[in-house]
Ligand binder design. Sequence first.
Ligand code: NIG
Ligand code: FE
Length: 421
Amino acid sequence: MRKILRNPAQIVTVDTKGKNFKRGKELNQINVIDNHSIIIEDGIIKDILPNSSLKINSSDFVIDVKDKIVLPGLVECHTHSAFAGSRANEFRMRLAGKNYEEIAKKGGGINTTVKAVREAGIEELINLLTQRAEYFICQGITSLEIKSGYGLDYENELKLLQAINYLKDIFSIDIVPTFLGAHTFPTEFKDDHEGYIDLLVNKLLPYISKHKLAKYCDAFCEKTAFSSPEVDKIFTKAKESGLELKLHSEQFNNIGGIDLALKHKITSVDHLEVLEDSKLNALGNSDIVCTLLPGVSFFLDYQYAPARKLIDNNAIVAVATDYNPGSSNIANLNFIMSLASLKMKMTIEETISAVTINAAMAIGLNETTGSIEINKQADFAIFDTKEYSDIVYNVGKNLNCITIKNGEIIFDSTEILNENY
Ligand code: NIG
Ligand code: FE
């Protein structure tokens, strides 16, 4: 059956002319068209036609989006949604003056959540993940990355990856699982780094690769976590095992993460709050997506990543929530978009490119989603406003009213609204 997204106020295509990513100045070009409708066939974008030439057949399924705007389905490319428990206590400690790194050094931080995850059953984790995925979907998100990283032993890292993979049976959105066994050293391996790396490299990676439990291997290159030679070992093995690579780098310190990212030609390097100017050129000349996480700077109250410098140096910039219980307890991508513009000085258009096509590239889905181009998946976020600037201008307000994945409506609040008004 043909489906028609009829007569929206605007279609923001984020068109890339088949290139499937945007670097530097290109982020500012999002291509807005009016007086057109979108034709969907078999879950794929078939055509974008002027309303004047649109012929509707009686067998067509028409979704009337008059006075609404259509964007590509949003892509959330960096989350730690697979967690249990709460870190409200540490939040209180931070409000009283302690800092995030101090708390981590004393065995809190990531290891607090590790304890909660180890105590949680897989059903509990699946329930938590389900609620969190639903919350992302109602925001217009049609592709979602989720990391492990709070199990930090054989049994519990696999439990997390199994829970994340289970979501693929529940939801039609793209779920991308990432293995983050190298998140930090668990307390039992505090003084035996080699022992833990051995577990990652010789036990976990082979199992994960054999059972295809993760698409990416990620690591946290930081003074309180893994050194660059340690990450190097893990990345070398992950690559051999057929996983693609991502890295948390330059969040608090520069300890060689960028050189490693370039050496391994990884897919994305994430954080970059303390990136040095000397690295801008190399990143701008590379195909690595720089994923910026302004929610962390907001939640921990420190400097933002140099988005302007990266874009001005021709980098491929994406933006994500980094949703996690310790450094960005923020699952609202809309709020993050406003932070990207207000605090990192990205234009509204750059921010939109960063959460669509470039975020899709950060999780290897940019050939099939992230922009409204013919033959791509019919993935859309439909917003209840007539002007796309409103999305970023309305801070923290969810204007998304319909989410469509592969041509199917998976969230629709318009009926609810119709009932209420
Ligand atoms: O991306 N940087 C490391 N990992 C997370 C924080 C995780 C946590 O505090 O639980 C991040 O900020
Ligand atoms: Fe993160």
